[in-house]
Design a protein around this ligand. Sequence first.
Ligand code: BES
Ligand code: MN
Ligand code: MN
Length: 465
Amino acid sequence: MKNINQYISKHKERFLNELIELLKIPSISADSNYRPQVLQTANHVSNALAEAGCENIQILQTKGNPVVYADKVIDPNLPTVLVYGHYDVQPADPIELWDTPAFEPTIKKTKIHPEGAIFARGACDDKGQMFMHIKAIEFLIATNQLPCNVKFMIEGEEEIGSPSLAPFIKEHAELFKNDVILISDTGMISNDQPSITTGLRGLSYVEIEVTGPNRDLHSGFYGGAVANPINILSQMIAKLHDENNHITIPGFYDDVYELSEEERAEMAKAPFEQKDYNKALNIEEEWGEKSYSTIERSTVRPTLDVNGIWGGYIGEGAKTVLPSKAFAKISMRLVPGQDPDKITQLFTDYFMSLAPKSVKVVVKPHHGGKAYRTPLESTGYQAAYKAYAETFTNAPIPQPSGGSIPIVSLFSDVFNSHTILMGFGLNSDAIHSPNEHYGLFNFYKGIETIPYFYQYFTQIHQQNA
Ligand code: BES
Ligand code: MN
Ligand code: MN
């Protein structure tokens, strides 16, 4: 890649200012009040792709938020890379915990990012990372060095589980046809030790409603004689893990892919300090499934977590009440082998069996998705490896992630191609949290590394042809 560093130095300021403009629009997919801003962002992204030199720009409608398409097809005999990203963001809540407003991007230095980081909702997840791809293709087109065909699929519903995308990609399978899918929406170990995300966990997500009496009751008159749905819900949730922090749902682990001792030994080589981990989170002690390491627990083992629980009186002061209803949202992170529909069913059957007759329980399934693994011997992984080796001082390490991008497993079914996860975020970037940020080093490093992926992918692909 000729002149990538010169190009970045020359356009640094503009790249950052453009990202700032994108980050100012609150494209929160979870809240329908922000639908106009979501549409505005789709528009903004399509303009950015056009300005970068892409062609055939389209804002494609779905049942929900639109998908932005663009491409640069230079030769049908060359391989095609499909870049996937998302322009929607998580809600900024709790907003009072942000040091600077979530949609007023601010550059600040941090210990981990001494050259500065951009603080805003979506800075890392995923606007900042998605935008690196737009700037990388701008460079390749401007300097006439694009080695292959590139297509873009930038969606607006990832943060709510991509509900419209599954039917959409089946319908548009021809338009998005590709030889490999490239995504920057994950992280790496550190700025000194790059890693390539070789796996994602799947997801099964349910919402629970527990109903006791037909109305809120005076807890003095009725307390002790009528089941309290919050008490019952808490007891039921407590039964979902045993004393080894193993999940108790019958059949839950039946299809779990168990790592070989070699694979476990390989994973244990990644740099990790439990003390630093605990310190960064201000916890006395870690927690998790017996006989597994923290890295294993958070990447290759399935989990069950309550994400939210509510009911009764939560206003100021004390109100004596025996509430009629209690609610919870529960997510299960899944690993290779586990089927989200099957897991949702197993959960539902077991959870219902825990309910005493004194309450009514409803389990409502939300979105789901299967886990994904990138084969290390694939052309895409090899190309990514060489790209990082080119732009970082240290060679990259393969590492599965605990997060989920639910559509990825479906991509491999529909397109019959592998997904390569070249994420440049850090765990400390606080995605989904207050004060989300993205390092400027990471932003520019991504722009520098992506063109090499195209170069090596095309090279290896053609050698194998
Ligand atoms: N980009 C994240 C997923 C991610 C982050 C994977 C870091 C690996 C490392 C994505 O936007 C996300 O937040 N996914 C959700 C799932 C979705 C259904 C809301 C998740 O993992 O919770
Ligand atoms: Mn994301
Ligand atoms: Mn996210």
